[in-house]
Design a protein around this ligand. Structure first.
Ligand code: GDP
Ligand code: MG
Length: 424
């Protein structure tokens, strides 16, 4: 059984929380793209954890976690993240964490390059998290990246890295007037953090194929949402990887296997971290209220998230891109303060309304078409079954389900593991 859990929108839909919940039925959880620009917040009986690189299954004792070849790994960040979890009582061993030998290492000079470029861009930023993600994916496709498996042979690695550092310095020094990177410093860095990770590095594709053959249930956990996918998102305001479900088997190392189930996560309203067109954006007091109600500040960066009503146009597109069979609607409890709840049902331009998500560069000229549904004005965070929900809340869920034409199976009403309702 192969299941992908992905974001339908701009990210931060509550994927970590849903993976933590649903992984109870799975044996393996795999991250297949991205790096430590992800921020998944998970709250369970062990405490509150923010995961950037580790798959969210790491918080369950009997789940094996895999960091796939599609990922870019900041090894210092990973060692520190593992340390933080260890301090919180989470035991991490090569038994419950496996890192692909083909995953590439996000180097300190990639982070440096990210910062230099953001400084150059000044006011014209694309919303980089300054963690080196775009530069390292660039390096990967330029075939100038170091992969985790190379850490086993430091001599061969040094030889390759010498050329890479020389090449990188051409840009850092001549383009950005930065300080040149030293090969010895980079080797020290790779030794210091790489050595700690050696026991975890393996051919994860082979491991996953075996696990699948043995009837294990495998879950692929995405970072970000469909609208941040490098190909299908709001390019260039996207991430540098493919966050869609179809990429999961590739980024996990099992391109020979097919997904059985795609579960898409969407919030009961919209949020968007960073730059880019966001048609349904609220401003002023209305925005501040919703942001506060939802605690919408980035887990990885602390940045206030832009907020707006549920967006049927963007969500329908996201559901199509994810091939989502089932939907989990999260944070419904956040809307409990509203008398009336707005939903964006179309995008309008020059009097013409469209329900199809436009090409990124045309997005700015569209205005949202909003309708209003009655609110429920009641705390619903204690709801555990459909009959615990007020009629208005059920109507809201059913309205969205019909509008996006996809089955809403899970509705989450709180950050805690058990705070959800299943719709059969
Ligand atoms: P991810 O990146 O998709 O994993 O999502 P984030 O962790 O960045 O953002 C989701 C935030 O909402 C986290 O702080 C969660 O603890 C919180 N959360 C998730 N589901 C719910 C919910 O149903 N209700 C409330 N109030 N908070 C939730
Ligand atoms: Mg997040």
């Amino acid at each position: 059984m192969l299941t992908a859990i992905t974001g339908i929108n701009w990210g931060d839909e509550g994927k970590g929380r849903m993976v933590d919940l649903l992984s109870s039925e799975y044996d393996v959880v795999v991250r297949y793209q991205g790096g430590n620009n992800a921020g998944h917040t998970v709250v369970n009986e062990k405490g509150k954890f923010i995961l950037n690189l580790l798959p969210s299954g790491i918080l369950r004792d009997d789940v094996v976690n895999v960091m796939g070849n599609g990922m870019v790994v900041d090894i210092k960040h990973l060692v520190e993240e593992m340390g933080r979890l260890n301090d919180g009582g989470i035991v991490i061993t090569p038994k419950n964490l496996k890192i692909s030998d083909r995953a590439v290492i996000c180097m300190p000079y990639n982070v440096m390059q990210d910062c230099l470029e953001e400084t150059r861009l000044a006011g014209k930023k694309f919303g980089s998290t300054r963690r080196g993600i775009a530069p390292i994916y660039g390096d990967k496709y330029m075939k100038k990246a170091v992969r985790m498996g190379e850490l086993f042979d430091m001599n061969a690695l040094k030889e390759r890295l010498a050329d890479i550092v020389e090449w990188k310095n051409l840009t850092i020094v001549n383009v950005y007037n930065g300080e040149p990177v030293k090969l010895d410093d980079m080797m020290d860095y790779l030794k210091t953090y790489g050595e700690k990770l050696l026991p975890f590095i393996t051919d994860t594709g082979l491991y996953l194929n075996e696990a699948n053959k043995n009837g294990k249930k495998i879950m692929f956990e995405a970072q970000l949402g469909a609208l941040r996918d490098i190909d299908f998102g709001i390019y260039p305001y996207t991430s540098s990887s493919n966050s869609i479900a179809a990429y999961a088997p590739i980024g996990a190392g099992v391109p020979n296997l097919k997904l059985d189930l795609s579960i898409g996560i969407t919030k009961a309203y919209s949020t968007c971290v960073g730059e880019g067109p966001f048609t349904v954006e609220y401003f002023g007091e209305k925005a501040e209220e919703l942001r506060k109600a939802g605690g919408e500040y980035g887990a990885a960066t602390g940045r206030p998230r832009r907020v707006g009503p549920f967006d049927v146009v963007a969500s329908k597109y996201g559901i199509r891109m994810q091939g989502a069979d089932e939907i989990a609607l999260t944070k419904l409890d956040v809307l409990s303060y509203l008398d009336e709840i707005e939903v964006c049902v179309g995008y309008e331009k020059d009097g013409v309304v469209t329900e199809e998500f436009p090409f990124t560069q045309n997005l700015e000229s569209y205005k949202p078409v909003l309708i209003k549904l009655p609110g429920w004005k009641k705390d619903i965070s204690g709801a555990r079954k459909v009959s615990d929900l007020p009629k208005e809340a059920i109507d809201y869920i059913k309205y969205i389900e019909k509008a996006v034409d996809a089955k809403i199976k899970y509705v989450s009403v709180g950050a805690e593991r058990e705070a959800y309702v299943i719709f059969d």
